[in-house]
Unconditional design. Structure first.
Length: 150
């Protein structure tokens, strides 16, 4: 019989190994996608694509950053022609951020490179391991979907 203390220790060890594997995988994916954008800019651009147009405050909340940080991110993306600003019809003091065609193209290229890298690596595994990772992806998505907002 496994004690609660042993279960807690096993959970902590699993969390540690999983955190490290996810961090390393994310780093490798970033390294293999190119250097066009930082991770923060890529994440913000993807959020604007998926949920935009949105205000800088909404972007800050979704990305879990402060409003001034979101404003700086928007400015950098705008300088590169990846997003554009438009007046917010519900609040003339603010603006909405939407993705441009160039922004969509860049995200598509980055995703294609990352997917190709990961697919090459997955082809090196046994089919059972690939199936296990597919199931793990479902579990991780559920875990993230149920995360409480801070």
């Amino acid at each position: 019989m496994v004690s609660t203390l042993d279960q807690d220790q096993n959970t902590l060890e699993t969390a540690s190994r999983l955190r490290l594997a996810i961090a390393r995988t994310a780093r490798r994916l970033r390294q293999n996608s190119g250097t066009e954008l930082t991770a923060a800019l890529t994440a913000a651009l993807a959020t604007v694509e998926a949920r935009g147009p949105l205000t800088p405050s909404e972007l800050a909340q979704i990305e879990n950053v402060k409003r001034p940080t979101a404003t700086r991110i928007v400015a950098r993306l705008e300088e590169q022609g990846l997003v554009q600003r438009a007046a917010d019809p519900s609040d003339r003091r603010s603006f909405l951020v939407g993705i441009t065609g160039e922004g969509r193209s860049l995200l598509r290229r980055l995703r294609t490179r990352k997917n190709a890298y990961l697919a090459r690596r997955l082809r090196e595994l046994d089919p059972e391991d690939v199936a296990a990772l597919d199931r793990a992806s479902d579990v991780l998505e559920r875990l993230l979907e149920t995360e409480p907002r801070t």
